[in-house]
Structures are given as C-alpha cells and as structure tokens.
Design a protein around this ligand. Sequence first.
Ligand code: SF4
Length: 574
Amino acid sequence: MKRSRLLTRLWEFQNKFGFISDNAILEIAQKLRVSKIEIEGVISFYHFFHRKPTGKYIIYLNNSIISEFKNFETVKVAFEKETGCTFGIYSDNPLFSLFETSCIGLSDQESAALINFYPFTNLTPKRVKKIVNHLKIGKDLSEIADNPTSKIHYTPNEEKTIFFRDYILGNALQNLNKNTPEGVLETLFKTKLKGHGGAFFSTGLKWKYCKESTSEKKYIICNADEGEPGTFKDKSLINNLPGLIIEGMVIAAFITGAKKGIIYLRTEYNYLLEKLQNTIAEFKEKGFLGKQICGIKNFNFNIKIQLGAGAYVCGAETGLIESLEGNRGEPRIRKYFPTEFGYLGYSTVVNNVETFAKAARIIELGADHFSKIGTENSKGTKIISVSGDVAKPGIYEVEWGITLKELLLLSHATAPYFVQISGPSGECINQAEFNRKICEEDLLCGGSVMVFNRYRSIIQIIENFINFFNKESCGACTPCRAGNQILLEKIKKIKRGICTTKDLNDIKEWGKIIALGSRCGLGQTSSNTLIMALDKFKDYFDLKVMSCDINCNIEFDMEAAVFDYDNLIKETQY
Ligand code: SF4
C-alpha cells in the first residue's frame, strides 16, 4: 500500500467501525512498514478520526461565532438532552456521539450541524428534538437531511456576472486545440489572474513555473478545503458549477504538461462528493478527461478526489500536500515553492476552487471581456460569502472595486458596526472604513464578509477567533502554539474586567512574536484581528482598561474613583 493512500484507508476503518482500533493501526503500520506511533500521530492530527468507539450517529455541531450569535448554546443543550450524551465525551451510548467542530461552510444557515456528514441547518431546540426522534426510530439520514444550498445573489449589473452565468460543459476546453499552451498562458497574464485562496499570487506565474520545471512528473491540485470560518463560496461553486472547476484544472494541465490532478475535498463537504465524481465521469465520457483530450496528441490528464479529515491548516498549500502524502498536515518550512518541490517531490500547482473556475471562464470568454470589469489590478468579479447580521445572507458575485458599504446595502445589513473581512485571519473594519473598495488596491477579500451589529460583544467575537486558532494550531512552531494560548488568557482578563494597559501592550508584543516566529499563515495572521481591533475600536477597549484602572485606584481614592467609574459607565455603555 502506498503511503499516499493512508487517509483513504483510515476513512475505511472509521466509516466501517466508527473508530480506528489498535488492530487497524497494526494492520496499516505493517502494510506501510512504518511504526504504529507514526500512524497514531497522523490519526491524532485530524478531528474526524476517532480512537474510541462512537455511536452510530456522530453529530458535529458548528461552534463558529455566527452560530454562537444564533442559537448555538440552546441547540447544544437540546442535543445533550435528547440524546443523553455530553459533547466531547465518549460514552457507551450505541446511537449517538456529540462533538463540536469549527466552521462547516454553512454560516448563512446557522446554527448548523453535520450528522455522519449529512447537513442539518437552521437548527432550533424543537428541530433537534424532531431530528433525534427520527434517528431513534431508524429514519434514513439522506431522507431527513437538509439541502444546504446557499442563496446566490448576483452583482447589481447581471451583464457583468462571470461565474454564475449559463454553463455548457466543455465550452472553455473546446478552444484548446486551436491554441498553444503559451497562448493560453498569455491570456491568463493579460487578465492578471491571481490565486483566490488568500495569497493572491499570480496564477499565470505559478503555472509558468510548473510548465518550465524539468520535473519528471507534474501534478495539478485543487484545494477544496475551504476552512476559513464564515466562508462558503467554494461550496457553492462545487455545488452549482463543478464542471467549471474541472475545466480550469484541465487548462492548467494543458499549460504545464501535468498528467494527474487531485481535488482535495474537505470532509465537511462530503455531501458534494458524488456530484464531483459524476462530473468527472461525464468529462471522461465526453473526451475532456482521459487520453488525447479534445483530440490533442499526448494530452492525457485524469483527476481523482481525496477527502480530508478535518484540519484547518490543511488549507495551507504545503499542509495540504503533506496530508495528501499521508502525513500529518503540518505546513512545510518555506524552502521551495510547490512548483519546485511539491506533491511527492514533483512540481505541483496548487490553486483553490475559485481560481480554477475563473481560469476556465477567462479562456471561455476571452481576456478582453475580463479587462472591462473590475479595477486595474483586480479584474473580473469576486465571489463573497456574506453572513451574520444581514437580512439576506448568502453568496454575492460582485465586481472587484465595489465598496463595502454597497455590499452591506445589498445584503441588507442591520446596523453594521464590526465587519470581519476574509475570516478570523483577515481584518476587522469599523464604520469609518465602510467606503473602502474591495480590491487589491484597497481591501483584499479572500471570500467572506461577516457582519456584526453594535449590540454584539467585540470581545466575544475575538475570543471565538483566538479559540479557533488555538484549537487549529498544529503545534509545530512554539510561538504559534504557546502565543495564541497567551492571547487567550489576556482576552479572558479583558472579559473579567481585570485587564491593564500593560496587558494590551503585551498583546501587541505577543502578536509580533507569533507572526514573526510562525511557519504558516495560521500563526502569521492569528493575532491580526485582535491587534487591529485594539486600534479600530479603541473606545471599547479603553473602557475595559480604564474601568480596571479605576478599580485599582479605589484603594487610593475611593470617593473620586467611584464617581469617575459611574460616569464612565453611563457615557460609554453600548
Ligand atoms: Fe503549525 Fe501554527 Fe506553525 Fe502553522 S504557524 S505550522 S499552524 S504551529
């Protein structure tokens, strides 16, 4: 057995027995000729593998901040009451096991849970009771699960829609036999296409590096491990336009000469697996995958799908490659780009779902069409997942350059006050910045906008984010592993009203240490929001510190301090 099959093999045991036993580990270790400890190490890295027996139904309840502000707590209590189990505790209950999990890509339909990876949305205690009763009497999960489709809202000018327009399978690919790899690459360069996974690196350059590589084999990997909390746009693309993504991968193969492609699909989107498989089969049938694609001599390319197993950091390209190779998904030390040393040591292109879909549309519609849309550096449109305090949550395809204010109006935001762009690793925006433009020249957006009104607790939002990073840190770098824990302790001090000015300064210093000493994007960005919020919502934090300072002053001048404290509270309460 090849090491790269390890995740698939572990899933087979997990799905069949509900957990991975000592015997299973021994069997795998012998087949791979590695130690049992090494297999244990891989299993312990991923949230969805269990070493202890679980019930027939494993329930994962999403604990993202959007869910917290909906009815996470009451839904959690309801699940415990109806099943008789406790979250996070393995029991001998044969039917149910309960776990919390981070964002499952359903922020527009919270509170949400996965039951054996079937989606259940808009949960309330009443619905939980009904669902659990159905499961107790043996109803089929596929019959009672929800349709998790997100509502798609178009750009104000529908003519400028690029992604969510009519799609005909093969439309982009049919032009390949009239073109050369160099010509197709040139078209991508003209549109300044950049990766939409967060780094915004030039896609044309990345594919060019792989094309020019002398690597014996080459791989095209589609990162469908969209784990940034608040983001669900890639899910919508897979659900609505799976063919467009595959066409993008085929184009990448045409340019680079790669023969194999892999879609790394997060297990949270397991319900989309069949759709992807069917699309791949249809491509093969129509001659757009397999041998002599589009009748082009020696143009052979195939795609397989690999399921992840629950680890945010596998969204980082080298973490994802490690995971595909059957290892813990720890991001590599940046020594080589994947185009130099990628999957199994070969030249590899890794791009996310949206990038491949956009590349396909560029080849289908032409560079000129794109050049007319967007801004100088950000051509075309962007898909954004909007959630939180808005009347119309869902997917928005907007022209690059739209202002945040326009997007907030489109989504019917209710009293927006604190807006989080690009998930917890992105940046927080205050009301004074609502006129900023979403584009490379101003405010880059990876794909999510979470809106919070002025009645939401800022410290609760930030605590949820730092908690998330703490849980998802792979632990390889000490500053990330320990630093985020320290930030969490500081946040708890702020919440308890015992934070001092020194604590806030410490937070900034720790933020720098974590960012500088961390290997991957998780550590490099985990303190961003907290540190930005200290400046952008200064009044809010000043109040927290000042009330503590006054409490401290009580010892010295009780009368004056109490007077000041009362006034302060009256003036600054939200
Ligand atoms: Fe792991 Fe954090 Fe280091 Fe990234 S920064 S490699 S998540 S410890």
